[in-house]
Design a protein around this ligand. Structure first.
Ligand SMILES: Nc1ncnc2c1ncn2[C@@H]1O[C@H](COP(=O)(O)OP(=O)(O)O)[C@@H](O)[C@H]1O
Ligand SMILES: [Mg+2]
Length: 227
């Protein structure tokens, strides 16, 4: 589903954010990428979403070589992935429903289809009852669930979460990670990026460790808190 082959990313004048990084993520895998700040984690995401270009190497997503993806193909590429960022804010003046539906309105989906899709994704994240709430009426964890729901509206094959729990307390963090695991159980490939080693230990899942642009580990977490 995601293949990096000897990917190097150089940011002039002198930073090698990734150095010949190779890994292969299979369909329906749940993979965490961990590493300290500056390790190159977000660079991996930016290359996947074609926000940045590789300096050297090759990237394949769902059988599609996106190494030199054309600008006009980027929207199609991005619709294959749902992305959740830590600082992805909800629009305060829009309801939960509207925060999710506007992503569909911009691509001319019928009203009926919008309503059923929003209802479906809200159900997945367990917030069906809060469709008419405004962001300020939600807890931090609920707000982040809405962000996850919004990332699911295009029914992506891959869900990418870059530090999705950065501002959350431990219990809420665990809640969000459990939600990602549930989405993965439904068949979506999940890529969770975090600097927090603790949270990858919630479950026994594959963990790729990055350090200064190099992969220094690729193994299964202990899953200490398996339910
Ligand atoms: N646009 C950029 N220009 C120059 N350097 C960058 C840019 N983006 C990231 N970097 C550098 O690349 C390295 C990896 O960054 P990043 O992938 O954001 O790390 P992480 O997400 O693991 O904290 C860091 O040294 C960072 O300063
Ligand atoms: Mg980062």
């Amino acid at each position: 589903m995601i293949k990096f082959v000897n990917v190097t990313k150089f940011y002039p004048p002198q930073t090698y954010a990734l150095k010949k990084v190779s890994f292969h993520i299979k369909p329906q895998e749940f993979v965490s990428i961990i590493g300290q700040s500056g390790a190159g984690k977000s660079t991996i995401i930016k290359l996947l979403t074609a926000e940045e270009k590789v300096t050297k190497g090759k990237i394949v997503v769902g059988g599609w070589d996106i190494t030199n993806v054309k600008s006009k193909e980027i929207p199609t590429l991005r619709r294959q992935m749902g992305v959740v960022f830590q600082d992805f804010k909800l629009l305060e003046k829009k309801t939960v429903f509207e925060n999710i539906s506007f992503a569909l309105e911009v691509i001319n989906v019928s009203r009926k289809k919008i309503e059923s899709t929003v209802e479906q994704v809200l159900k997945i994240v367990g917030l069906k009852e809060k469709a008419d709430y405004f962001p300020l009426q939600l807890s931090a964890g609920e707000a982040q669930r809405v962000v996850v729901a919004r990332a699911l509206v295009y029914r992506p094959k891959i869900l990418i979460a870059d530090e999705p729990t950065g501002n959350l307390d431990p219990i809420t963090t665990r809640d969000i990670v459990e939600l990602l695991v549930k989405i993965n159980d439904y068949g979506t490939t999940v890529l969770l990026v975090t600097h927090n080693r603790e949270i990858v230990n919630f479950f026994k899942k594959r963990v790729i460790t990055l350090d200064q642009g190099n992969i220094i580990g690729d193994q299964f977490s202990r899953g200490r808190y398996v339910i």
